[in-house]
Design a protein around this ligand. Structure first.
Ligand SMILES: Nc1ncnc2c1ncn2[C@@H]1O[C@H](COP(=O)(O)OP(=O)(O)OP(=O)(O)O)[C@@H](O)[C@H]1O
Ligand SMILES: [Mg+2]
Length: 229
């Protein structure tokens, strides 16, 4: 579904991603684990096209996306939930969700969105800025899902969010997957969340993958060692 090969990204002279290669299959959830500054956001921004790749290729369902602008990548099936959520404070919840439909033919919010996130239905008339952090995170995910992506990218969705809402987010991601035909790539520092949602975990360190494990085979102590400072 998603194939990344030899992805190299730099900020000016500063090389941050050193030839990353990985794949994620249909109905697979992949967690990219890594401490602060290891390159998670850089990876996601380059996947969605906010940062150019110096080298390498990004393909979704065999289609080469590497040279396309972000909105074209969205029409090819990618969706992105940025770190920090980036919702529009002065727009209502419903209007925020609709912004995800900007480049699509329909302006209708699919019903399953509110099934996944009942709290957003209750709050659909409220301003985005008045939601709690956890609700805003759910809103950001809802906005990304309206285009019915084949590949959903989530950058640190649990950052700064309380445990009960983290569970809601994990639940929503698992339900999204049950709806079928989606690949989820999520960056994380919270190991319990990653083990809850992901089939496979990759550890990013200094812009390189240092470790890979299937969830069932995870050596938790080893993973914790990678994530501790
Ligand atoms: N705009 C930028 N210009 C120059 N260097 C940058 C820029 N953004 C990030 N970096 C550097 O790139 C490296 C990777 O940063 P990145 O934001 O991708 O890490 P991260 O894994 O997402 O961290 P966090 O968990 O804190 O979000 C860091 O060394 C960071 O300082
Ligand atoms: Mg980041």
């Amino acid at each position: 579904m998603l194939q990344v090969e030899n992805l190299c990204v730099a900020y000016g002279q500063s090389q941050v991603l050193h030839g990353l290669s990985f794949q994620a299959g249909e109905n697979e959830t992949l967690a990219i684990m890594g401490r602060n500054g290891m390159g998670k956001t850089t990876l996601f921004k380059s996947l969605i096209g906010m940062l150019p790749a110096q080298r390498g290729s990004i393909r979704v369902q065999g289609q080469e996306l590497t040279q396309l602008e972000s909105f074209r990548r969205v029409t090819k099936g990618l969706a992105y939930v940025p770190q920090g959520r980036m919702i529009f404070s002065s727009l209502s919840v419903e209007e925020n969700i609709r912004t995800g439909l900007e480049h699509s033919a329909s302006t209708h919010v699919p019903e399953e969105i509110y099934t996944l996130f009942p709290v957003l239905w209750e709050m659909r008339k409220r301003k985005g800025g008045n939601l709690s952090g956890g609700q805003q995170q759910q809103l950001a995910i809802a906005r990304a899902l309206v285009t019915r992506p084949t590949v959903l990218l989530l950058d640190e969705p649990t950052e700064g969010i309380q445990p009960s809402i983290i569970k809601d987010i994990a639940h929503a991601l698992k339900e999204t997957r049950k709806m079928g035909r989606i690949t989820i790539v999520v960056s994380e520092q919270v190991l319990s969340f990653a083990l809850d949602v992901a089939d496979r975990l990759l550890v990013l360190e200094g812009g390189r993958f240092m470790h890979e494990t299937a969830r069932a085979d995870t050596d938790v102590q080893r993973l914790k060692a990678y994530l501790s400072v």
